[in-house]
Design a protein around this ligand. Structure first.
Ligand code: NAD
Length: 395
């Protein structure tokens, strides 16, 4: 049965495009899903640009007043792809009006907002999800499968990096529609909320709750022209952040993120070392998962002359999500992670077993981000307050 699901999209930028593509494709590659997304309204401030986007992507209408959209009876889903400082108000209003709410990461500007948002969707009883799409990279999902199959064993170390290089020039301005990420009043924080939120979500999905952190941050370029005012103003975001972490399972973590790593474009990597094996992943080479097996699941040690890193080309039908795509050996890419996330979300609504991460899961990531920023300020260890029951490795 095909049930129309009327979507209202907020924002037509990078994520507006990635999500619109997912709505177009999901029913074709996951035909068993009951719901069939229909692109009903594109909501954004600039009517001209929004109209152009709506035409390209097939939205039926354009609206510039978001309050009108969340109150419409002919909308089922509100998808928030606008900058971080807009998430709170839109999500609250959407939940109040009984809409399903999908929200881009980071869920909120801070824990206080995220707590209210999680409570609001739960109180309204509406399906909700935060687009931590990297969980849906087949190679990362395979890493999770190896953890579940106990091939990593007792975890000792988790190492996450998220490196980029696009803000090194002094003359990159801050703020405005295109560079809101450099303005803490709009973004909440710099690399911590933008990049490390991804690393933290992946880490807690694979290795369980992060309980405490100690962090250091730096803002390398202290002043930039603000696009809204034309004035040179202090830069309020963290350009780089490093932190140490303790996980509830006793393992140790290191995390590093910057937008000043010359040559690194989207170097999102992790390595996890356990008693029985290790895994390594790099988003710039996303079709591979590196796996070192020391002990087989039978308990038998791998023969010494056969030990070594195994580079798994994650394109077999048996690999997560890959039976939906092409023949083994043919790769898929970044955009597919959003299609997978959407398919999981819709399947979760149908089955009554909600897909992760929902708002409450994303609240746990927000707790870690806030603790990281607080630690950098106080220059001391900070307890994250992550709810272990909720952040325990969830499916
Ligand atoms: N899951 C991911 O991998 C991923 C990747 C990139 C961005 N994001 C998240 O998605 C959201 C949107 O990011 P993006 O990269 O699509 O941004 P973008 O800059 O490409 O697009 C943002 C959209 O919001 C509009 N906008 C800009 N400033 C605004 C303001 N002050 N008020 C209202 N609207 C405004 C822009 O015109 C545009 O339509 C952010 O929360 C971001 O953190 C997630």
């Amino acid at each position: 049965m095909n049930k129309p699901l009327r979507i209202a999209m907020f924002g037509y930028g990078f994520m507006g495009k990635a999500h619109s593509n997912a709505y177009h494709k999901v029913a074709r590659f996951f035909p068993e899903l009951k719901y069939r997304p229909e692109l009903q309204v594109l909501c954004a401030r600039d009517r001209e640009k929004a109209t152009e986007f709506a035409k390209t992507w097939g939205y039926a209408e354009v609206e510039t007043d978001w309050r009108k959209v969340v109150e419409r009876d002919d909308i089922d889903v509100i998808d928030i792809c606008s900058p971080n400082h807009t998430h709170f108000e839109i999500a609250l209003a959407a939940a109040k009006n009984g809409k399903w709410v999908l929200c881009e990461k980071p869920l909120a500007m801070n824990v206080r907002e995220a707590e209210e948002m999680a409570a609001a969707v739960e109180e309204a009883g509406v399906p909700n999800m935060v687009w931590f799409n990297y969980r849906r990279v087949p190679a990362i999902a395979l890493a999770r499968q190896l953890v579940d199959e106990k091939r990593i064993g007792r975890a000792f170390h988790y190492r996450g990096t998220y490196l980029q290089d696009w803000t090194i020039a002094q003359d990159v301005p801050q703020g405005g529609a295109a560079l809101w990420r450099l303005d803490a009043a709009v973004a909440g924080s710099g690399v911590t909320g933008d990049l490390l939120a991804h690393s933290i979500d992946t880490a807690m999905w694979l290795n369980g709750p992060i309980t405490s952190v100690v962090a250091d941050t730096e803002t390398f370029i202290k002043e930039r022209v603000h696009q809204d005012t034309g004035q040179v103003q202090p830069v309020s975001i963290d350009d780089a952040c490093m932190f140490l972490a303790r996980f509830a399972n006793g393992s140790m973590g290191t995390f590093e993120s910057t937008r000043y790593a010359r040559g690194r474009k989207n170097y999102n990597t992790f390595e996890m070392n356990g008693a029985d094996g290790s895994v390594f992943f790099d988003l710039e080479d996303p079709q591979y998962l590196d796996f070192f097996e020391h002990t087989k699941t039978s308990g038998e040690k791998v023969e010494d002359h056969l030990t070594g890193w195994r580079r798994i080309h994650v394109t077999n039908f048996e690999h997560p999500y890959m039976d939906r795509w092409w023949v083994p050996g043919c790769t898929i890419g970044y955009e597919h992670t959003f299609i997978h996330a959407l398919a999981d979300f819709l399947a979760g609504v149908e089955s009554g077993q909600p897909a992760q991460p929902n708002f409450r899961d994303a609240l746990q990531t927000q707790r870690v981000c806030d603790a990281v920023l607080a630690s950098a300020k106080s220059r001391s260890w900070v307890e994250t307050g992550v709810d272990s029951a909720k952040a325990a490795v969830t499916s």
